[in-house]
Design a protein around this ligand. Structure first.
Ligand code: PEP
Length: 252
């Protein structure tokens, strides 16, 4: 297990009524103690952020947004900005989730801008990168994650990774029930860390690299037990308090 503090972050995606969110977040809050080694975060849909913020205030669990605008304010209908998330005491903002890249056309440059916008408003970006199945089968995994990382490095520089989290999320494993094997995931995590180490060894050793892609209670321990896997970004399994807490305990 690594020396970095593990992080388990739940990405609720577009799920939850107020009642469901309240029950879920209370269940999670009651299962996480301030003595937990792992940091625990939840990222609800924007409209549920105020409710989650109110219920988690003063607890050991932190929260964040699933996306943010590159703009601070103004005529951008439908968008939510970094200062708005910060106003609700968000710690994190997910940027570049594969669903944003695939369904909303977010390219590497836009993701790099969102990463910079998050940091400029005091949010810690959780930068999602990862290859599709076709890219993996063509042997392009490293090339793809390197390209996705380079866009951020070119815009913000290596020092920006000192206050960011990376989530390696192979697209073929997200929501599919197909998890990368611990060996497959570790190989890519190591590739990412080695790439950053060429620029700054200290930052590379400190940055948390989460795995995401059908992580659940039954496979979390083996994945998070890999030397370069520092926790998980959890979709489906973060919608059930007990399942999510099992992952949190595995990271402890
Ligand atoms: C995700 O949404 O980031 C994710 C990893 O989803 P799932 O855990 O459902 O694969």
């Amino acid at each position: 297990m690594s020396k970095r503090r593990p992080l388990v972050a739940g990405n609720w995606k577009m799920n939850g009524t107020r009642a469901e969110a309240a029950a879920l977040v209370d269940g999670i809050k009651n299962g996480v103690s301030s003595a937990s080694k792992a940091e625990v975060a939840v990222c609800p849909p924007f409209i549920l952020v105020p409710l989650v913020a109110e219920r988690l205030a003063g607890s050991a669990v932190v929260w964040g947004g699933q996306n943010l605008s590159v703009h601070k304010s103004g005529a951008y209908t439908g968008e939510v900005s970094g200062p708005m998330l910060k106003d609700y005491a968000c710690t994190y903002a997910i940027v570049g989730h594969s669903e944003r890249r695939t369904y909303y056309g977010e390219d590497d440059n836009l993701v790099a801008e969102k990463f910079a916008a998050a940091q400029s408003h005091g949010l810690v970006p959780i930068l999602c990168i990862g290859e599709t199945l076709a890219e993996r089968e063509r042997g392009q995994t490293e090339q793809v994650v390197a390209r996705q990382l380079d866009a951020v490095l070119e815009k913000s520089g290596i020092s920006a990774l000192g206050s960011a989290v990376i989530a390696y999320e192979p697209v073929w494993a997200i929501g599919t029930g197909k998890t990368a094997t611990p060996e497959q995931a570790q190989a890519v995590h190591k590739f990412i860390r080695d790439k950053l180490a060429k620029l700054d060894r200290h930052i590379a050793e400190g940055v948390r690299i989460l795995y995401g892609g059908s992580m659940k209670g039954s496979n979390a321990k083996e994945l998070i037990g890999q030397p370069d896997i520092d926790g998980g970004l959890i979709g489906g399994a973060s919608l059930q308090a007990e399942e999510f807490l099992t992952i949190c305990r595995a990271a402890d």
